[in-house]
Design a protein around this ligand. Structure first.
Ligand SMILES: Cc1ncc(COP(=O)(O)O)c(C=O)c1O
Length: 371
């Protein structure tokens, strides 16, 4: 009997491996998916519950109120915004619409692991450009461009490194790329950034729209700062020509009504956002100080996670110790993220959790290095 076969390349994809979830009882802290340390926004929860009364009604297919709210909050024209089932969906739509077997997707060496999956799912090649000090390197990206390069996906700040490039570097990148290459700025962690040299991409897209350029797009999420990872809501901002393409291929009701309502409410929850940002900074500083005191290297982060290395000089030893630390943390109830598929076999990514979770993580790390 012959079986239906997927398109060429699909079976070469290694499925995305999400951060591990707790499997046993007891105090287990999930610090493996960069989720909100303070839970969801209370105002978003209230809106979600209220939306339950109307679950029999299809959601607004155009997410009109949601796009209005995002537009008002971020000073953008709603007609240039598209809502997505998480920002993952927007990235996926972009890949589906623009990438095919003749094309290549360019990304930074340690860029977000969804990008190669999206390229391969659409039959496209993936090209990695080297980084410098675990940071996106504009010249390396430019040098890696191939004649068939169609798109460049760049997380800024990047996951899992937590590093970023400045607005001027991003602008130089766009200006030096061929016009027919779409630059996708994935700004999932933009809200956490304090660096004044940073730009989240909105202004670049607005300027592109004004000048009639159709080659910059940016994506955002409610999964991080706003604490709605479980609900799946994100958005994209870009030129009309691209939005028209994405709107042609997306599911008509791709974002549920509770997700739209919770997203709108989360934007208005200024108290939650302020508390979350303050908490993230305090706890990230605390974790960094604890690592420093143990001489454990880490990458200074602009996000809600830290990428943690090992003090050994040989790669083999660092990999071994990273595995041992991961095992120790799992055994003692804090779950962090291995990042081997990001070409970082000697690192662990640790999300900034609640104070209780962070304290448990720090205590477990101290016990590992100074038993
Ligand atoms: C860089 C980056 N982009 C996009 C996403 C996807 O976020 P969402 O939950 O909106 O699909 C993530 C989630 O971890 C991320 O780290």
């Amino acid at each position: 009997m012959t079986a239906p076969t997927p398109r060429p390349g699909i079976l070469d994809i290694v499925a995305y491996s999400p951060g591990k979830a707790p499997t046993s009882a007891g105090p287990v802290y999930k610090l493996s998916s960069n989720e909100s340390a303070l839970g969801p926004s209370p105002m978003a929860m209230a809106a979600y519950r209220a939306a339950a009364e109307k679950l029999h009604i299809y959601p607004d297919a155009g997410a009109g109120d949601f796009r209005e709210a995002v537009g008002a909050h971020f000073a953008l024209a709603p007609e240039h915004i598209i809502a997505g089932n998480g920002s993952d969906e927007i990235l996926s739509l972009l890949a589906r619409a623009y990438l095919g077997p003749e094309d290549s997707l360019l990304m930074s060496r340690h860029g977000f692991a969804i990008y190669p999956i999206l390229a391969k799912a659409n039959g496209a090649k993936i090209i990695y450009a080297d980084e410098q000090d675990l940071t996106t390197h504009v010249d390396a990206l430019l040098a890696a461009v191939q004649p068939n390069t169609k798109m460049l996906m760049l997380a800024n700040p990047n996951n899992p490194t937590g590093t970023l490039i400045s607005g001027s570097d991003m602008r130089r990148l766009r200006a030096s790329l061929r016009d027919d290459i779409l630059l996708v700025i994935d700004a999932a962690y933009a809200e956490y950034v304090e660096d004044e040299a940073y730009e989240d991409g909105r202004a670049m897209v607005s300027e592109a729209i004004e000048s009639g350029a159709d080659n910059v797009f940016t994506t955002r999420t409610f999964s991080k700062l706003y604490g709605l990872g479980g609900l799946r809501i994100g958005w994209g901002y870009g030129p009309s020509s691209i939005l028209q393409v994405l709107n042609r291929i997306r599911g008509p009701f791709n974002v549920s009504s509770p997700a739209q309502a919770a997203g709108i409410a989360a934007l208005a929850d200024k108290d939650f956002v302020a508390r979350h940002l303050a908490h993230n900074k305090t706890e990230r500083t605390k974790l960094a100080a604890a690592l420093q005191a143990l001489d454990v290297p880490f990458i200074p982060s602009h996000t809600n996670f830290l990428l943690v290395g090992q003090p050994d000089s040989a790669l083999e030893a660092r990999m071994k110790r990273s595995d041992a630390l991961n095992h120790h943390l799992t055994q003692t109830g804090t779950m962090v993220r291995t990042v081997k598929e990001y070409f970082l076999p000697d690192f662990l990514r640790m999300s900034i959790g609640s104070t209780e979770a962070n304290d448990a993580l720090i205590a477990a790390i101290q016990k590992f290095y100074r038993p």
